[in-house]
Design a protein around this ligand. Sequence first.
Ligand code: NAP
Length: 267
Amino acid sequence: MPPARSAAASSAALRVFITGASSGIGRALAEHYAASGAQLGLVARRPALLHELSARWPGQVREYPLDVTDAAALRAAAADFVAGVGVPDVVIANAGVSVGTLTEHAADLDAIRHVMDVNYFGMAASFSPFIAGMRRAAGGRLVGIASLAGIRGLPGAEAYCASKAAAISYLESLRLELRDSGIRVLTICPGYIQTPMTEANPFPMPFLLAADDAAARIARLIERGSSYSVVPWQMAIVGKLLRLLPNAVYDRLFAAAPRKPRQQERR
Ligand SMILES: NC(=O)c1ccc[n+]([C@@H]2O[C@H](COP(=O)([O-])OP(=O)(O)OC[C@H]3O[C@@H](n4cnc5c(N)ncnc54)[C@H](OP(=O)(O)O)[C@@H]3O)[C@@H](O)[C@H]2O)c1
């Protein structure tokens, strides 16, 4: 079985496993790595969209149509990828969902649980099956796509913000846990990226990036191996300022921020 190598090594031969590859940032990352000759394992629930990618990049893509909340399915996909291609150089846990939620509506509790399940548990379930092999290879990168929304809570986004805050803390714990293993754990916090997730946002999105631009920047950050990055960099400044604001000022500024529609309010 070929060992995992540094993501900075020959990008032409990289082995990359990406969840949420059927759309948006994940799809753009898949296209980016495929164009450089990488071998890809792609996960999402919509098989037709994964199939489109493997038809476009014949011989480079293994398709895994599954739900990231299904840890057993992810474990089987990881085993198939390692057996067929090798231990990945990069695993990108990118699958995510975003929906407005309001705790006062009992009906939203299922959505709150689901968002946490996909955005946080799905990330852990995506990394878990690869860690032993990466440890043996003493290399590889585990990349979590979190969000700037995990820095502070936003009204009506209780589930999404909490899930991304959980992802940020989780990734930091894992980074420390794996510090001496040769495996690097990277946290990437996108600001606003133009994807199906953001197309219905009823508010202005500063420094909005096209998905392929975001993917190229994320791939560079992965190659560089920085432990924590915000994309685009301008939003890192916004994130730092948000962290510094005292609650009294933050609440005044953000209490009336426009909200993402709840599931029941969509369509
Ligand atoms: N766009 C932004 O501005 C932005 C900002 C910050 C962070 N992010 C994060 O970036 C990541 C990608 O988002 P995006 O903007 O590219 O959104 P997107 O276009 O809606 O893509 C989300 C991807 O996740 C997959 N997915 C969702 N639930 C899944 C599940 N249960 N199992 C497997 N795959 C699942 C979807 O595929 P299927 O539906 O086919 O399963 C799709 O491929 C997310 O984690 C998101 O939170 C995005």
